[in-house]
Design a protein around this ligand. Sequence first.
Ligand code: ZN
Length: 232
Amino acid sequence: MNPGDVISYLEMCSEEGVNLQRGMNYHLRRDYSVILMSLRPNAPYSDRIENDGRFLIYEGHDVPKTTDNPIPKVVNQPMYNPGGTLTQNGLFYEAAQKLKRTKQGQELVRVYEKLHAGIWVYNGFFRLVDAWQEESNTRKVFKFKLELAEDTLPGHKHAKREVSLVHDRLIPPQVKLVVWKRDRGRCVMCGSTDNLHFDHIIPYSKGGSSLVAENIQLLCARHNLAKRDKIE
Ligand SMILES: [Zn+2]
């Protein structure tokens, strides 16, 4: 799987070997965590992208909706569960603080983004670089800063062609939505709806932007490969 690939919910779950239910999954696997994001207008959390797609600022998660907390959006996002263990917010927060303190090791986070019901985009590997709490509408929320990782996971085999892809930048969700609608969820070359990929028309490494829909298009795996071979 390459950053920018369009996948189904089932493909995402099969890639991670679990049914992904939660947005934040600290150390889902031995050597990385998994985060699910969504920036659509009705998305429950306000995540954002900075520095031309190099950084992702991810908002932490609310308390679960219960009779005690009927409106989670007015309650501080919790560091601890009622039993005293760390919540997912707390786990990621502690990990980021430890990294900053010791300056040793790294926390890799794999990021998936919801495009539509059942349709997801794989955004690639990021490194957790910071975490903090901030005021948002009279309550405290967690923010996590993630930096696009240049390298893939140690020990994971990737073909040469795949490694070069990570040098592209994260395409903002708003841009992805515009492109998805414009290209009608199909490869612009052949109309295929299978194995789609958000392609930089001019690659980032050659000066193409990730931030404008005019430089992004949908390609199927076959046409994506054909194009990449031509460029390299
Ligand atoms: Zn095609």
